[in-house]
Design a binder for this molecule. Structure first.
Ligand code: NDP
Length: 441
């Protein structure tokens, strides 16, 4: 860690993600001296390569705009590089390096053949017209297309990149490469996308939660669940929870949070879904329409305002800190299952684990999204389409398998399951064995 801190001093999120993994796999790493003889851990922590480029595009007023673009190809020991693209004003090298690093372990856990990668830009789609989004996506892919491909590197969506953006990027990729292959996942259903891909991360997180609750014989029905975010992951998490009889008591976006003490009704959910997906509206608009049932907290996260049994942070990294964790625990929270990547700070994780509640890190709990991306790659390669039921069944099996791996490597002598340790160890061992077999490259 000291060596990495010295070499990458301005990259706090990257160092935070690495420190969490290194700390939790130290004992298993030390058990195999051959790993260290090949300096394997350092090789695994530093990305294979990083592309950085300027993306110039023309806005609707004829003004030339410049953004930064990145692709981190972290590790392809067990399969082609694979990971989403994020468009958000906060994007920088540190955030993408942390995401690519985490992706490597997550993809390993899915049991599918996918390496780890991530990319993105500090471009914000918010307030941009469709044509501006399209021109930006085309300019972004013009820089990237030579370095990606169905067996090389397969991007997908993430914050700010949904079906519309993937469609524009894939279209331009196809034109530049003159091939129709599964180089992106999260594509539209009519051109190679998989059924259930939009739902997969949120549904998968709920499946993981069900597996965790089962270890303590707890039922989800009637439980109050606090969600943050109102994007792809948060919406489908809420949808699945409602279908299973749980109560969704909060949602949020980057402007603020709405708390609905009695829980969202099915009609409320439809209203929010439409507001967010069709009109790209704000969660405050929903709160304004239902002042009798909702409380809106401007510029605040939900955690300190909500009475919940379960928390599912599904917005962004470091959105739940030590104070938030203590507030949730004081309110009686029994489980936290992360939809976002690294939403809980290290202090928050320590609080959850010290309280011995069920706590699942994103790299295990939100792996359903990339798992179904892997299934999309498999369908594209075979030029077939599976039904929603087939994909959902495979997703359930994969989440159960990831949960089982966490139990195998994370169960302590007192019976408490440290899901961080379990996920990191299982993900690490597969990648490490592959790296050892392939030599120093
Ligand atoms: P979306 O862009 O669809 O939604 C993101 C949501 O989080 C929006 O409600 C957004 O609000 C909010 N948000 C984003 N940044 C911030 C911030 N800095 N502070 C507060 N709220 C914020 O993204 P996704 O739902 O796809 O992604 C959410 C999380 O899940 C991310 O951590 C992502 O990496 C992770 N993830 C996503 C997967 C996927 O399949 N999409 C797979 C695995 C993990 P606003 O609209 O105001 O920006």
């Amino acid at each position: 860690m000291d060596s990495l801190r010295g070499r990458f001093p301005g990259e706090p999120e990257y160092l935070q993600a690495v420190e969490e993994v290194v700390g939790s796999i130290a004992d298993v790493y030390d058990r195999y001296p051959a790993f260290d003889a090949q300096n394997l851990l350092e090789r695994l922590c530093i990305p294979d390569r990083v592309f950085t480029f300027r993306v110039s595009w023309v806005d609707d007023h004829g003004k030339v705009r410049n953004n930064m673009g990145y692709r981190i190809q972290h590790c392809n020991a067990i399969g082609p590089y694979k990971g989403g693209i994020r468009f958000h004003s906060s994007v920088n090298l540190s955030i993408l390096k942390f995401l690519a690093f985490e992706q490597t372990f997550k993809n390993s856990l899915t049991t599918l053949a996918m390496g780890g990668a991530k990319g993105g830009s500090d471009f914000s789609p918010r307030g941009k017209s469709d044509m501006e989004i399209m021109r930006f996506c085309q300019a972004f892919v013009t820089e990237l297309w030579r370095n990606i491909g169905p067996d090389t590197d397969v991007p997908a969506g993430d914050i700010g990149v949904g079906g519309r953006e993937v469609g524009y990027m894939y279209g331009w990729y196809k034109k530049m490469a003159r091939e129709f292959t599964g180089t992106f996942t999260g594509k539209g259903i009519d051109f190679g996308g998989s059924l259930m891909r939009p739902e997969a991360t949120g549904y998968g997180n709920v499946y993981f939660l069900l597996n965790m609750l089962a270890t303590r014989g707890i039922s989800l029905e009637g439980k109050r669940v606090a969600i943050s975010g109102s994007g792809n992951v948060a919406l489908y998490t809420a949808q699945k929870l409602l279908s299973l009889g749980a109560k969704v008591v909060s949602m949020s976006d980057s402007d603020g949070s709405v708390v609905i003490a009695d829980g969202l009704t099915a009609d409320d959910f439809e209203e929010i879904f439409e507001l967010k997906t069709m009109y790209r509206g704000r969660i405050s608009e929903f709160a304004e329409r239902h002042p009798d049932r909702c409380v809106y907290y401007r510029r605040e996260r939900p955690w300190r305002h909500v009475a919940a049994d379960i928390a599912m942070p599904s917005a962004t990294q470091n959105e739940l800190d030590g104070d938030d964790a203590r507030a949730l625990l004081a309110a009686g929270v029994i489980a936290v299952s992360e939809g976002a990547n690294m939403p809980s700070t290290p202090e928050a994780i320590r609080e959850f684990q010290a309280a011995r509640i069920l706590y699942a890190p994103g790299k295990a709990a939100n792996a359903g999204g990339v798992a179904v991306s892997g299934l999309e790659m498999a369908q594209n390669a075979q030029k077939v389409s599976w039904t929603a039921e087939e994909v959902d069944a495979k997703l359930r099996d994969i989440m159960a398998d990831i949960h089982a791996q966490c139990l195998k490597y994370g169960t302590g002598t007192d019976g408490y399951v440290n899901y961080v340790k379990g996920a990191n160890t299982a993900g690490f061992l597969k990648v490490a064995r592959a790296m050892m077999a392939q030599g120093v490259i």
